[in-house]
Design a protein. Structure first.
Length: 681
């Protein structure tokens, strides 16, 4: 039934409208059709205000054309009745007599005012908005289509959703294009109304005076009032349709509510402006010469309305906050499960007894200290570590915390509530719980607060629990810095360099150095404890070497050579760098034994030679440390990577530098020479 109504009824209405242009219509039918015209205009305007999107009323351009044609057909029918019979039904007569008081001049003035409002204000603005919206929508179509294809390729949407979104994009372009043309109907209708009214005035005067031999006064009074009544009866629905056109093309509300709800909702958010306007109007009431009562009433109404809206907005905000607090997110939604299963780069888990460390109400400052740690690592290492996910774990023993890197536990420690960690001398004299300092492995004790002063007098260093955990977390972050550096962070750092030194990034792109190449170099630097703050020099060195080779180890050595002065300063103390050297013969043998491996070079030497080499280097390093010096091993650049990997397990804290990394601003102090008997290579 519904399909038949649309299939037969709508075309029948259009055909009947065209027939009205040539077939006389009785006055009684004219009254019904004029009433129908006004009611239809009201319905259309209300529909444009209640739709949530412009596309929800996508047939509006066609409806506007039919409504305009219907109104013009009514004008023709009314004109025919006026000129033939001197009357056009009760509705037109009422508009000519009652609405304008039977005064021709008043009717003309009101009619012209309606024409000006419709033609100059509403129609002109709506037409311009429709034109701009159509152009912008068409220009944005390629970008929207590409975004849909990108979401489809990324798996964010399925094929059906992509098809629906493409259709919506096409429909939106078609709608605003149609509205650009439909606005011309309204503009032409306003012009036609003026022309038809003038024709009715002149034609009625001629028919009355010449055809019916009436006096000029009688003819003017009869036909002119009917012409004005017809103009007013047709211009009121025409103005409603013009307003509807303006509303539909300027619809910029959300998809969640209609026009009226959006207006009220946004007024509620600006309740302060309403109250201020009320105060201003009340203030104007005391200005001499102004109508005090009217301004005072309006000001009071505005102020109390603003107060009421403000109270309602506050109540809504409180209710929303309570709802958010009470109603938890569904734990089995895909988003919640994806968030729960996500492996964080760096995690800190606390047992239940340590929750007070993150509770600000109880004086816990662990989270603030972790934020400070991230800033310190960024300044010292040039590494922006990801946010540390801190959470409780009921499976942990009391007073225990763990540190995880990419989901794997890499460190564990204890921090008894109400205790301080004492490190250093005089521990035997202090009562407490014996422990080991987690970073350097020094003997320590957890002591009570009342023993803290005694520990300080005994020469111990006393640290609170948050400092212990933060220091331990910082040591882990520095040790696993290369694993915490992600490709996304490298891109962020490169973008920051591009903002200040764009030429460096341009050269990097010209040398075809990818983010992966740079990521590998930066991770290698961090793995050896070298800061990556001077990213400009790192990129320049890598770019220059990449023009010759893309070997990762060679790129890393080029970056280290560029940062040589910073690396040497890192190990020197007061400008003095204690170094361990290799015997010339041993050095030559080792350089000749370097051979390529899987992605890196290796020392192809006899295992006994390698064992003796490591043992003697350890002995020299230990001997130097006993005198308060921290030495480094210096060797040729070709030998350095392989030798560094050989010593990584046995002497992880020993720096291995190449000769190219020694700078002139440090003084080299040779504290030992490795002289292992050369064996067959």
């Amino acid at each position: 039934m519904r399909n038949k109504t649309g299939l037969i009824g709508v075309p029948a209405i259009v055909i009947a409208t065209v027939v009205m242009l040539v077939v006389p219509v009785p006055a009684f039918i004219i009254d019904i059709l004029i009433s129908l015209n006004i009611s239809a205009a009201i319905v259309i305007m209300l529909m444009t205000m209640h739709v949530k999107r412009a596309l929800d009323f996508s047939v509006f351009p066609a409806v506007l054309l039919v409504a305009t044609l219907f109104r013009l057909a009514l004008n023709v029918s009314v004109t025919r009745l006026v000129l033939l019979h001197g009357s056009a039904g009760a509705v037109v007569a009422s508009f000519g007599k009652f609405v304008v008081g039977g005064q021709l001049v008043v009717g003309l003035v009101v009619f012209l005012i309606l024409i000006v409002i419709q033609f100059v204000v509403v129609t002109s603005g709506a037409g311009r908005v429709a034109e701009v919206a159509a152009r912008f929508t068409l220009d944005a179509m390629p970008g929207k289509q590409m975004a849909i294809d990108a979401d489809l390729n990324a798996g964010l949407i399925d094929q059906a959703t992509a098809k629906r979104r493409r259709q919506e994009t096409a429909d939106e372009a078609d709608f605003y294009g149609a509205m650009d043309g439909a606005s011309k109907f309204v503009r032409g209708d306003a012009i036609a109304a003026v022309v038809i009214t003038v024709i009715n005035l002149v034609g009625g005067l001629g028919v009355g005076v010449l055809g019916k031999h009436q006096s000029v006064t009688t003819a003017v009074h009869t036909y002119s009032l009917l012409s004005i009544g017809d103009g007013l009866a047709s211009q009121i629905p025409a103005l409603l349709l013009s307003i509807s056109t303006g509303l539909i093309v300027t619809r910029a509300a959300t998809d969640e509510s209609d026009f009226g709800t959006d207006v009220i909702g946004q007024l509620r958010r600006q309740h302060g402006a309403i109250k201020i306007a009320g105060v201003v109007m009340a203030g104007m009431a005391i200005v001499p010469g102004l109508p005090h009562v009217a301004f005072l009433i309006v000001g009071a109404v505005l102020y109390f309305f603003g107060r009421r809206v403000s109270a309602a907005a506050d109540a809504t905000a409180v209710a929303a906050a309570q709802e958010d607090a009470v109603v938890p997110a569904s734990p089995d939604t895909p988003q919640a499960l994806a968030l729960e299963m996500r492996v964080e780069p760096l995690e800190l888990e606390l047992s239940v007894s340590l929750i007070d460390l993150v509770d600000g109400a109880k004086g816990g400052d662990l989270l603030d200290r972790v934020k400070g740690l991230r800033r310190k690592l960024a300044i010292d290492k040039g590494l922006i570590i990801p946010p540390v996910r801190t959470r409780d774990n009921i499976a942990l023993d009391n007073d225990t915390y763990t540190v995880r890197v990419h989901g794997v536990e890499v460190a564990r420690g204890t921090a008894p509530p109400g205790k301080y960690l004492a490190i250093g001398d005089g521990l035997d004299m202090l009562p407490g719980i014996a422990d080991v300092e987690p970073v350097f492995g020094l003997p320590a004790k957890w002591v009570a607060p009342e023993v803290r002063q005694q520990a300080l007098i005994a020469g111990s260093t006393v640290i609170d629990r948050s400092s212990v955990i933060t220091t331990h977390l910082g040591e882990i972050a520095a040790r696993y810095a290369s694993q915490l550096l992600s490709s996304q962070q490298v891109k962020i750092l490169v973008d920051s360099v591009k903002a200040t030194d764009p030429a460096v990034i341009d050269e990097m792109a010209a040398a075809q150095v990818t983010l992966t190449d740079l990521h590998r170099v930066m991770a290698g630097l961090l793995d050896e404890g070298v800061a990556i703050r001077d990213l400009v020099r790192i990129i320049e060195a890598v770019t220059e070497r990449a023009r010759q080779t893309k070997d990762p180890e060679s790129l890393l050595e080029a970056a280290r050579a560029a940062l040589g002065s910073a690396i040497a300063s890192q190990f020197s103390k007061e400008g003095l760098l204690p170094v361990i050297m290799l015997d010339a013969g041993l050095e030559r043998s080792l350089v000749e034994s370097v051979s390529p491996g899987e992605g890196s070079t290796v020392l192809n030497v006899d295992p006994r030679l390698a064992e003796g080499l490591v043992r003697e280097i350890q002995a020299l390093a230990t001997q130097a440390e006993q005198t308060g010096r921290e030495p480094v091993l210096v060797c040729p650049s070709r030998l350095r990577p392989a030798l560094r990997r050989l010593l990584a397990v046995a002497a992880p804290r020993l720096g291995v530098l190449s000769v190219n990394e020694l700078s002139s601003h440090v003084r080299v102090e040779r504290i030992g020479v490795v002289n292992v008997a050369a064996q067959a290579v």
